[in-house]
Design a binder for this molecule. Sequence first.
Ligand code: IMP
Ligand code: MG
Length: 178
Amino acid sequence: MSLPPVKVLFDENRIAARNRELASEIAAAGLEQLLVVAVLKGSFIFAADLLRAMHASGLAPEMEFVHLSSYREAQVSSGQVNILRDVESDVRGRDVLLVDDILESGRTLAFAKDLLMARGARRVLVCVLLEKPGKRAVNVDPDYVGFVCPDLFVVGYGMDVAHAFRQLPFIGHIEGLE
Ligand code: IMP
Ligand code: MG
């Protein structure tokens, strides 16, 4: 199978440097009993790198995963969020850092944040690798943003289009695909 060329938007070094900055900001926030919850699938590489950067910043969080889907195989958000796999840990009284790849309409993260707050989390902070401005359909303010993303469909560093390109070590954009 031949894949179309991907134009680099954020390269490996830039991502690694930004992860270190985010980790030190998170470490300065004084979070307690910290549980990191990565939203699968798109955040898995970012979450893994951020977790190791958090270790380097002196943090020892626990790690959990929730698999949510709103996208299917289309590039357009369907509006409805489904839980495909839930977190296992009890979040009551804990500080939670939700980690996702992209904040776009905000539906995925608003859903996840409401869910964890309803289960009794003390605080739920939101960390996204990318924020696409001007696309919000619901109100959710990220606490930590890796990069502001141009209004393009991006892939790589865990993010896909129709299951492809997650393996790329950088964040890129397929030319011709908005
Ligand atoms: P939201 O619920 O509209 O904020 O959807 C955000 C989710 O849509 C992200 O977690 C991604 O899974 C997906 N998504 C949005 N834009 C892109 C993109 O450019 N490339 C890949 N996935 C995207
Ligand atoms: Mg996602």
